[in-house]
Design a binder for this molecule. Structure first.
Ligand SMILES: Cc1ncc(COP(=O)(O)O)c(C=O)c1O
Length: 391
């Protein structure tokens, strides 16, 4: 039995994803297993807890932050894990990845400019672009032989006619689980260079990569000066409530501008908890992450086998990375309301509706698999029973 199997037992919580006040308006019920928001049900690695405990025991919370040390451990981690060389001096701290994206969009574009997203995509991207009065330019992913791919013809056409200033890349991609390969990223950077468009790459899921894929950061393409990356320890180590995010900007002009803007709003102040938890995570949490990935992959394989043999009408897009799986229910031929009824009410599962990620995706649902496998098995059996009873 894995530690990840047992950790979940008998703990009480009111996390966002299981808070009845959040469940009821979205799912119409509170009697659901929460597998929607992208965080983990696992306890963090012990060194993180130990470090937080040390701070609690110390009982003094004066100003204390150490961004240079934080950036150094992030750079060291990326060199070890992804053979990615990052310069400690090109980082800027922000409170979270979404904050970083919002700031970049406002700094690098003007009202009305286009920001391209590859749909279906993480729903908060739409909100960020819209609330800055920029134009959302969709470059829909296409499904080729059952897998998602970028549509470069559509992408280039839109770069020509839609006044696009930023391509907001999601790598690994939430929700479809693709980890973009070198050829795809090479082609993307060439197009971005040709049309003088900045690639803003959200790489928050970069450490959750399964055995068949390799993560390539957009920062590993030397010839590309028009990039910014966003990252955070939040997804890797399951520390959403205690982490900060960072921007990584190799272009010196853009870096200076962003540093000044962020500094002028004092958004780059960390705190002792996030600082020391982050340092502990990146320096002492590696074994835990390795075990986590093995566990997640085992769960993913179990789910894939179960779906194939027990509910083959459901199509699962097997992720190369992230702890989300993207499920297509269109073969059931249900109306939008009937599908919601099946999943939320009959199967009692809170999965994220596909429409959050783009219009036209009402027959998709995203499931978070960062939960103990026994719990995921229960979820899949609930789904099977509900499908057998209602179809
Ligand atoms: C692609 C992506 N970016 C950003 C975030 C959120 O990042 P933060 O909480 O640091 O703003 C998420 C969380 O689910 C995500 O999936």
């Amino acid at each position: 039995m894995s530690t990840f199997d047992t950790i979940h037992q008998n703990y009480e919580h009111r996390f966002a994803k299981s808070n009845p006040n959040m469940l009821k308006p979205i799912f119409g019920t509170t009697d659901v297993m929460p597998l929607w928001i992208a965080d983990m049900d696992f306890k963090v690695a012990e060194p993180i807890t130990n470090e937080l405990q040390r701070l609690v025991d110390r009982g003094v919370y004066a100003y204390e932050f150490d961004p240079n040390k934080v950036f150094q451990v992030i750079a060291d981690w990326n060199l070890r894990r992804h053979r990615l060389k990052l310069n400690r001096k090109s980082f800027v701290q922000v409170s979270g990845v979404l904050t970083g994206i919002a700031l970049l969009i406002r700094e690098l574009t003007n009202e009305g400019d286009g920001v391209m997203v590859q749909t279906p995509v993480y729903h908060q991207f739409y909100k960020i672009i819209k609330s800055a009065d920029r134009k959302i330019v969709r470059n829909p992913l296409k499904i080729v032989d059952g897998n998602y791919e970028m549509d470069f013809e559509d992408l280039e056409l839109k770069l020509q006619i839609e006044n696009v200033k930023i391509i907001l890349l999601c790598n690994p991609h939430n929700p479809v689980g693709r980890v973009w390969n070198r050829e795809e990223l090479q082609r993307l950077t060439e197009l971005a260079n040709t049309y003088k468009v900045t690639i803003v790459s959200d790489e928050i899921h970069s450490d959750i990569i399964y055995s068949k894929a390799t993560f390539n950061s957009i920062a590993s393409f030397d010839d590309n000066k028009h990039i910014s990356i966003l990252g955070s320890p939040a997804k890797t180590f399951g520390m959403q409530s205690i982490s900060n995010g960072y921007l990584y900007i190799p272009n010196k002009d853009v870096f200076s501008k962003m540093k000044e803007t962020i500094g002028s709003m004092y958004l780059d102040h960390g705190n002792a908890f996030s600082t020391f938890a982050t340092i502990a995570a990146y320096t002492k949490g590696e074994k835990w992450v390795d075990e986590l990935i093995v566990y997640l992959e085992k769960s993913m394989n179990w789910i894939q086998d179960f779906i194939r043999s027990e509910i083959p009408e459901v199509k699962m897009f097997v992720p190369e990375g992230t702890y989300q799986i993207w499920l297509d229910f269109s073969k059931l031929n249900l109306s939008d309301d009937a599908l919601k009824d099946l999943i939320f009410i009959e199967a009692r599962l809170a999965l994220t509706p596909g429409t959050w990620f783009d219009k036209g995706h009402s027959h998709f649902m995203r499931m978070n698999i960062a939960s103990p496998l026994p719990k995921l098995k229960e979820a899949l059996y609930q789904l099977k029973i509900a499908m057998n009873e209602s179809i």
